[in-house]
Design a protein around this ligand. Sequence first.
Ligand SMILES: Cc1cc2nc3c(=O)[nH]c(=O)nc-3n(C[C@H](O)[C@H](O)[C@H](O)COP(=O)(O)OP(=O)(O)OC[C@H]3O[C@@H](n4cnc5c(N)ncnc54)[C@H](O)[C@@H]3O)c2cc1C
Length: 398
Amino acid sequence: MNDILVLGAGYTGVAAAIRTAVRTRRTGGRVRLVNASARFTERLRLHQTAAGQRLADFALEDVVAGTGIEFVQGRVAGLDVERRQARLEDGRVLGYDKLIYALGAVTDASVPGVAEHAFVYDDYAGTVRLAERLAALSSGPTSGPTSGPTSGPTSGTVVVVGGGLTGVESAAEIAEAHPRLHVVLLTRGRPGSMMGERARAHLDAALERLGVEVRTGADITKVLPEGVELAGGELVHSDATLWTTGTRGLPLAAGSGLAVDARGRIVVDSALRSVSHPDVYAVGDAAAVSQPYGVLHGTCQGGIPTGLHAADSLAATLRGRTPKGFRFGYVHQPISLGRKDAVIQFTRPDDSPRRWYLKGRAAIAYKETVSGSPLPTFGLLKRGLVPVWAFALTGGLG
Ligand SMILES: Cc1cc2nc3c(=O)[nH]c(=O)nc-3n(C[C@H](O)[C@H](O)[C@H](O)COP(=O)(O)OP(=O)(O)OC[C@H]3O[C@@H](n4cnc5c(N)ncnc54)[C@H](O)[C@@H]3O)c2cc1C
């Protein structure tokens, strides 16, 4: 019997586990899915959690119910890829024949002070702490007008660092939910620099309407309890700092001897197997997946197809077949701008912007469909089906 262990039950781990369970039904095997929390974290909605919205609660046991997958709650503390064992924090040891590594990524905290003084989106509990801090600041006493576009007195300043999708979504969501807070978005380049000119103009206008102060050209050298320090010594005051500039793979991967790239992500071949340990498949934010146009960046859009493909590769290998190579092309950059606006930039497969974009109501509906799609996707996968969008993005799975 094959013992298949899936580490991490985010978007990609759940997709990989369900697809593996379905694809290995005939060859026989046990699929175990390990996750630190018993709850499924909708990571791509964490900015909504930060702004204080209550989201639906999904128990992982229920998400995988009916598949035969054994769910194990526990935090993975170590990985022995030679003995093929994962060690949990509480001392349990789980052996495997094949491993799918889907533990995601953590915030790159290489700038001094990030780990100590900034809020990050590494898990649900940390995001709830940010939500509580923002709610407390928002209901506090006012403290005089600010220098930014926020007119009138405010009850505190929130600095969001990073002008990518996550930083923009967060700044907009927080500004809309907490109009008494002064929100500053600090970025090196223009916010949403990956988008086309017209979509970016819509994004700029939305941030201005929401009173977000955008400061570009910011090179942050330190995060302090009372703010962030820029190169040159200027201190930008902050009552709460959210750091969203980029992520890295968990140290666990490199520490186990798996080959990783400069950002700590597991380097995989075209079948999504570790180049150093082919019994280990890596998917989602945890993997460095190469395509002709470059290495995939961490998105759910690309992550779920990697989970599905790894499962198909693994199933093919168990049946003695040669797995197919993974192919993926992006289609969009969907960005929410609070609950009442959004902008969708359509892209070429290499993620460069096309001419088309959506804004306003059509964009809100589109973004909500995308954000809500993983759970129905898991339902389809349980029935042995693959959603049409996954075929479109990958040109057909293996
Ligand atoms: C605010 C925000 C908005 C986003 N918006 C979008 C978007 O609109 N579109 C898009 O495509 N992408 C978006 N993303 C990116 C997307 O969420 C990630 O690319 C995606 O979650 C990656 O999936 P994953 O399964 O690889 O990792 P994750 O979803 O992070 O899952 C990893 C899982 O592993 C578990 N885990 C971690 N360490 C351990 C451990 N040691 N032991 C046990 N379990 C562990 C975690 O609890 C988690 O359940 C957004 C991200 C953020 C933060």
